[in-house]
Design a protein around this ligand. Structure first.
Ligand SMILES: *[C@@H]1O[C@H](CO)[C@@H](O)[C@H](O)[C@H]1NC(C)=O
Ligand SMILES: *[C@@H]1O[C@H](CO)[C@@H](O)[C@H](O)[C@H]1NC(C)=O
Ligand SMILES: *[C@@H]1O[C@H](CO)[C@@H](O)[C@H](O)[C@H]1NC(C)=O
Ligand SMILES: *[C@@H]1O[C@H](CO)[C@@H](O)[C@H](O)[C@H]1NC(C)=O
Length: 503
C-alpha cells in the first residue's frame, strides 16, 4: 500500500542514530563547499582560483610547457622540433636519411635488375668475404653481370680493419669497382642506436644481445642504402658460395611466380638468399630498426613477411646459396650449418667420360684428384712447381665440346693456379695402344685461376685421348682444383683416333 509519509518516518528513525547523523552532516558540508568553489571559478569577474589541482586550461598549458621547453627530456615531441608539414611520402615511405660513407666503387648510373647486399664483419680465424664476392661474380654469366650491383656493408667499427678490407677488395676486384658493379659502404657509429643495457630477451647473454642488435642495425642500414638501386634485392651473408647462374635462376623463378609475395628464399639458412622487392626496403629498414633489440635478424625478417600478409616462407628449391664458413662472426664460435637443398649448378650436368687420372702433386689428406674428376669433392695438391701436371687419360677417345677447370675456392681463394695451361693430347699413330699421350696441343691459359674453353672445336674436332693441366711456374700456394669438368660433343670414333691433329 502506498504511504507518502512512510519514507520520511523511516528516515527520521535512522537519523536518530548518531553515526548516521554525522555522515549526513559531512556530506552536506562537502556538497555546499564544492558548489561554492564551482560558482567562483566560473563567475565572469575573471578570477580563477587554484584548489590544488588547477583548472582544465591551466593544466594543459603546464603540460605543453614541460614538453616543449624542458630540453633535458630525452625525446621532444615531434611537433616542437620539425618546422615543416608532415609528409607521408617523405616520412614513412622514402629511405631513411642515414649517413653513409662510400669506401670504394661508385653508385651505378642505371637502375639494375638486382642488388645484392652483403653485410660483413671480419672474423678472427678465416675470412670469407673475398671468396664470397668472387663467387658472386664468378658464377654469373658475363651477359648478366651488368644486371646486378653488389653492395658490401663493412660493419666493423675498427678503422684499421675496415681499411684493410677495402684494400683487399680493391686489389682483387678492380674491374668490378670501376664498372660500378661493386660498392663498399659503411655508416658512422654515431648513427647507431644504443647497444648498451638492452633487454635480455630469450635469456641471451649481454654480449649476444649486443651482437645481434648491432647486426639488425647493420642490415637495416644496408637495406636502406639499396632501396633505390634495383628492382629486387637479395640478402646474402659474407660467407656464401653461389650456384652457377643463380641470377638467371632467380629471374626465372620470379617471372614464373604470379601471386603477390614479399620474401622469396633461395636458401634455408639465416639471412642467406632472401629476395625482396626493392620498393619494400625502406619499410624493411624501419622494421628492423623498430625491433632491433628484440630478436635476431632472421626472425625479424620472418615477422616482416608475415606482417605483409605472406602466410609462409616461399622456399624456392633447389637452394642457390650455400653457407661456406665454419666460423661464426659472433665471438669466433663455430657455425657449420649447411643447406642440404643446395644445388651447385651446372656442375651436375657435366659429362666427364670414364678416365684414369693422375698427377705428380701430393694430395693433401683425402682430397684426391679422383674426387675432383668424379665431382664428389676437390683436389688439393701440396707441391706446385713448374712442370707439375694433372693428367686425364680417357678410356675411350672423346671429342670435347667444353672444358672447365676452376681452381681455388671461396674458403681458400689463394690456392688458385697462378700460371698454367690446359692441353689436349693424342697417343699418336704409331703408338695407338700406349697408355700415355705423345703429342699435346694447348687450348688455353688460366686466367685468375680459371679456364673455361667452350665451342672451340677442341683438338681440331678430332677425338682426343688425354687432357692435361700443366703448371708453368713455381708457386708457394697449394693448388685446389674445385672443378674439373668436361663436356663431350659425340662419342669417339676409332677411325678419328689416329688422325693427325689439324691445327
Ligand atoms: C627538467 O629536466 C630536469 C633534468 O632532467 C628535471 O630535473 C626537471 O624536473 C625537469 N623539469 C620539469 C618541469 O619537468
Ligand atoms: C620555419 O620555416 C619558415 C618558412 O619555411 C622559415 O621562414 C623559418 O625560418 C623556419 N624556422 C626555423 C627555425 O627553421
Ligand atoms: C719452366 O720450365 C720450362 C722448361 O723447363 C722453362 O723453359 C721455363 O722458363 C720455366 N718457367 C719459369 C717461369 O721458370
Ligand atoms: C666412325 O667413323 C666412320 C668413318 O668415318 C663412320 O662411318 C661411323 O659412322 C663413325 N661412327 C660413329 C659412332 O660416329
Amino acid at each position: 500500500m502506498y504511504c507518502p509519509g512512510c519514507c520520511w518516518r523511516y528516515l527520521a528513525r535512522f537519523y536518530r542514530y548518531w553515526p548516521v547523523r554525522v555522515i549526513f552532516l559531512l556530506w552536506m558540508f562537502f556538497t555546499v563547499s564544492f558548489l561554492f568553489i564551482f560558482y567562483l571559478g566560473h563567475s565572469n569577474n575573471g578570477v580563477s582560483i587554484h584548489v590544488g589541482w588547477g583548472t582544465v586550461e591551466d593544466r594543459k598549458i603546464k603540460f605543453d610547457a614541460i614538453k616543449c621547453t624542458n630540453l633535458t627530456l630525452t625525446s621532444l615531441p615531434v611537433t616542437c622540433q620539425l618546422n615543416r608539414t608532415f609528409s607521408y611520402q617523405e616520412d614513412i615511405v622514402s629511405p631513411l636519411r642515414i649517413p653513409y660513407d662510400i669506401l670504394a666503387g661508385a653508385y651505378p648510373r642505371f637502375r639494375k635488375y638486382m642488388s645484392i647486399g652483403i653485410s660483413s664483419v671480419r672474423r678472427k680465424k678465416t675470412n670469407y668475404l673475398l671468396g664470397t664476392i668472387q663467387s658472386v661474380f664468378h658464377q654469373t654469366r658475363e651477359s648478366d653481370v651488368g644486371d646486378m650491383v653488389v653492395v658490401v656493408y663493412l660493419a666493423d667499427w675498427d678503422l684499421a680493419v675496415r681499411e684493410q678490407v677495402v684494400r683487399e677488395v680493391s686489389e682483387n676486384f678492380r674491374e668490378q669497382l670501376a664498372a660500378r658493379q661493386l660498392l663498399l659502404v659503411t655508416s658512422p657509429r654515431v648513427a647507431y642506436p644504443t647497444l648498451e643495457g638492452l633487454k635480455r630477451n630469450y635469456g641471451d647473454s649481454e654480449e649476444r644481445v649486443k651482437y645481434r642488435s648491432k647486426q639488425n642495425v647493420d642490415y637495416a642500414f644496408l637495406s636502406n642504402f639499396c632501396a633505390g638501386l634495383a628492382r629486387y634485392h637479395l640478402v646474402l651473408e659474407d660467407d656464401v658460395h653461389c650456384s652457377r647462374n643463380f641470377l638467371l635462376s632467380i629471374r626465372r623463378k620470379v617471372e614464373a611466380y604470379s601471386k603477390p609475395w614479399t620474401t622469396m628464399a633461395f636458401s634455408k639458412l639465416g639471412y642467406i638468399g632472401k629476395l625482396y622487392h626493392s620498393s619494400d626496403l625502406p619499410a624493411l629498414a624501419r622494421f628492423l630498426l623498430l625491433f632491433y633489440d628484440e630478436m635476431p635478424c632472421d626472425w625479424l625478417m620472418d615477422h616482416f613477411f608475415h606482417s605483409k600478409a605472406q602466410v609462409e616462407l616461399l622456399h624456392m628449391k633447389p637452394s642457390l646459396f650455400q653457407h661456406m664458413g665454419s666460423y661464426s662472426s659472433f665471438q669466433g664460435g663455430a657455425n657449420p650449418l649447411k643447406d642440404n637443398e643446395f644445388w651447385e649448378g651446372e656442375r651436375l650436368s657435366r659429362e666427364n667420360p670414364p678416365a684414369v687420372v693422375f698427377t705428380d702433386m701430393e694430395a693433401f689428406q683425402e682430397n684426391t684428384l679422383e674426387k675432383a674428376y668424379e665431382g664428389s669433392g676437390f683436389f688439393w695438391g701440396k707441391r706446385v712447381t713448374n712442370g707439375s701436371h694433372i693428367s686425364v687419360h680417357f678410356k675411350e677417345p672423346a671429342v670435347l665440346r667444353r672444358v672447365r677447370v676452376l681452381t681455388g675456392s671461396p674458403e681458400h681463394s689463394g690456392d688458385i693456379l697462378r700460371r698454367g695451361l690446359v692441353e689436349v693430347g693424342w697417343r699418336g699413330a704409331q703408338a695407338g695402344n700406349l697408355d700415355f699421350c705423345q703429342m699435346y696441343h694447348g687450348i688455353g691459359h688460366f686466367i685468375k685461376g680459371t679456364l673455361d674453353a667452350e665451342g672451340l672445336g677442341l683438338g681440331a674436332r678430332s677425338a682426343v685421348d688425354c687432357l692435361r693441366v700443366r703448371v708453368i711456374e713455381d708457386q708457394n700456394e697449394w693448388l685446389l682444383v674445385s672443378d674439373l669438368s668436361v663436356w663431350i660433343a659425340r662419342a669417339g670414333n676409332a677411325t678419328d683416333v689416329h688422325k693427325e691433329p689439324t691445327k
